[in-house]
Design a protein around this ligand. Sequence first.
Ligand SMILES: CC(C)(COP(=O)(O)OP(=O)(O)OC[C@H]1O[C@@H](n2cnc3c(N)ncnc32)[C@H](O)[C@@H]1OP(=O)(O)O)[C@@H](O)C(=O)NCCC(=O)NCCS
Length: 177
Amino acid sequence: MTLNIGCLNLTKEILKSNSKYNFNTSIFEIHNECFPENNHVQQTHIDTIINMCTNQFSKLLINKDNKELIGYILILVGGRYTEDGYSSIADEKYCILFNIGIKKEYQNKKIGFTYLKKVMDEIRFYNFNTQLIVREDNLRAQRVYKKLNFIQERVIENHFQNININGLVYTNNNNRM
Ligand SMILES: CC(C)(COP(=O)(O)OP(=O)(O)OC[C@H]1O[C@@H](n2cnc3c(N)ncnc32)[C@H](O)[C@@H]1OP(=O)(O)O)[C@@H](O)C(=O)NCCC(=O)NCCS
C-alpha cells in the first residue's frame, strides 16, 4: 500500500497543545523509540532543542491517512559544532542537523532520504553549510547522509560516552565563504 505522507514545517504554532494538529505520538516518544540509549534524557531538554529548531527547515512528517506523527527532522540555523561536539557556536554560514528520527515501523522505506533531501535542497537554496554528528556504528544513517553529499570531516573519539562509541562529524559544504 502506498503511504500518504505529509510534511509540515516545525512552527511554534504546531507545538502548542491546542494546535489543530492533535498528533497521538510526540516527537519525544519517537526520539525515545529511535534512541533507546538516550532514554535518560529529560523531556524538558528535548523540548528545549525542539523549540530552538522551530524554523522553515525543520519538519514534522505525518501519515495523512491516520494523522499519525511518523518522524521529525530538526535543524538549527546559524550555528556549527564546537571542536568537542558537545555544543554549538553561532556561525551564520552554518546549519546543524540536530536530529532526524523516523518511527520504527516506517524506517527503511526511503522516507528519511526523501524528506532529508527536500530539507537539504531548501538549505542549499540559502547557501548554508550543514553539519551533523553521527554514531560511528550507525551505518544506515551514514548511507543516507553520503547519498546527500555529506562528507566525513573528523572523528570525535568516544563522543557517545555512555555507550563508548565515536562520533563522526559530517559536513555538507555549500562553499559559503
Ligand atoms: C536513519 C534514518 C533517519 C534513515 O531513514 P530511513 O527512512 O529509515 O532510511 P531510507 O530508507 O531513506 O534509507 C536507508 C538506506 O540505508 C541503507 N541501509 C539500511 N540498513 C543499513 C545498514 N545496516 N548498513 C548500511 N546501509 C543500510 C538502505 O539500504 C538505504 O539505502 P539505499 O536506499 O541506497 O538502499 C531512520 O532509519 C531512523 O530514524 N533511524 C533511527 C534514528 C537515527 O539513527 N537517526 C540518525 C541519527 S544521526
